[in-house]
Design a protein around this ligand. Structure first.
Ligand code: DAH
Length: 349
């Protein structure tokens, strides 16, 4: 009679333990058969009512049912878990064939790029790239460049003074000439360029900026003449703008060079034919330069009887404007990255 109950449960299990089932249904089945009031649990608690001789067999049959259910439960759970896992993996798969979102790369500022090009040219000729302070002493910015106090040439460079008349924002990179010669102690030849920020009390407009970039150059050695400067300028501008670019010298005046010159180059815009950039002359002035004044050599410890040299200085913005066809110097200093990033320019082309 008790075995009949077992057969009933066995019959129920036959119908219940099917293949297609989900996790919730499986858990419901577990409650139905093995829960506190589950069918197999209840059979188990019947044992105490079974006469002794039948206990063993009854117990075995109940055990068989429990094992059958557990086997079913374990294998079905394993199957459902792996289906679940695969679904998850599939949904999280990255499709590497989809187009990617564009990554914006950083890029050098065009002014920096031009400066680097100039540095490359001079380094290939054995020059050092040196640095000097932007907050400078009057002594280096003017006096030791042969521009004594009260000299009218000071007025031309409307200077930002910081402390009295002695400390200022350098109005040119020329003081780095003096600092470099002082380091050379009158003994070592010098080949240096110095790119750096300079400051003047100009009102900002299309061609003026109160802060701008100069590149200074100084060469001191034995028997140096103006023709060495000419050759050097030729190399620089042919490398920057192409082999058909010529340079010419026009007489000029600076306190720290004698003779002094302005260096013109073939107009990059019209290649010498004449246009509004060169005011129809075919030439544009880009550099101030000359043979280093004996006073300047002497004040910095180089004997002008032994040493001679040339120096030059030019605005980096001018070159960058010519190179990248920019007509407003303020372009470099407003933060519009589309204007000043070489990357975006190359991208547009
Ligand atoms: N320092 C000059 C200026 O700012 C430029 C210059 C002229 C630099 C002649 C030089 C030079 O080294 O020899 O206008």
């Amino acid at each position: 009679m008790e075995n009949k109950k077992i057969l009933e449960v066995k019959e129920l299990m036959k119908n219940d333990l099917v293949d297609s089932i989900d996790m919730n249904e499986l858990n419901d089945l577990k409650v139905k058969y093995l829960g506190k009031k589950g069918l197999i649990t209840e059979l188990n608690s019947e044992i105490k009512n079974i006469p002794n001789e039948g206990k063993k067999e009854f117990g075995m049959l109940v055990n068989e049912l429990r094992n059958e259910f557990n086997n079913y439960y374990d294998s079905t759970k394993e199957k459902l878990d792996s289906i679940e896992l695969n679904k998850k993996l599939e949904s999280e798969t990255v499709d590497i064939t989809l187009p990617s979102t564009k990554v914006k790369l950083g890029a050098p500022h065009i002014l920096e790029k031009v400066i680097e090009e100039v540095e490359d040219v001079f380094m290939s000729m054995g020059y050092d790239v040196v640095d000097g302070p932007e907050i400078e002493e009057d002594k280096y910015n003017f006096e030791m460049l042969n521009i004594p106090k009260g000299h009218p040439a000071r007025d031309a460079q409307d200077t930002f003074y910081i402390e009295g008349e002695e400390i200022l924002l350098r109005s040119q990179t020329s003081p780095v000439q003096v600092r470099t010669m002082l380091k050379g102690e009158g003994k070592t030849p010098i080949r240096m360029i110095c790119p750096g920020k300079t400051y003047r009390r100009d009102d900002d407009d299309a061609s003026h900026s109160h802060q701008f970039m100069q590149i200074e150059g100084l060469l001191v050695d034995k028997d140096i003449s103006l023709s060495d400067l000419k050759g050097t300028m030729d190399v620089l501008f042919k490398r920057l703008f192409g082999q058909n670019i010529e340079t010419r010298f026009r007489p000029s005046y600076y306190q720290f060079t004698e003779p002094s010159v302005e260096v013109d180059i073939t107009c990059v815009n019209c290649h010498g034919k004449g246009c509004n950039v060169c005011k129809n002359s075919g030439w544009v002035t880009v550099v101030g330069a000359g043979v280093v004044h004996p006073n300047v050599l002497r004040m910095s410890g180089y004997d002008p009887e032994v040493w001679s040299g040339f120096a030059f200085g030019f605005g980096a913005e001018r070159l960058a404007m010519m190179k990248y066809d920019i007509n407003d110097i303020r372009t470099f200093y407003n933060a519009d990255l589309r204007e000043v990033h070489t990357f975006d320019r190359e991208d547009e082309e």
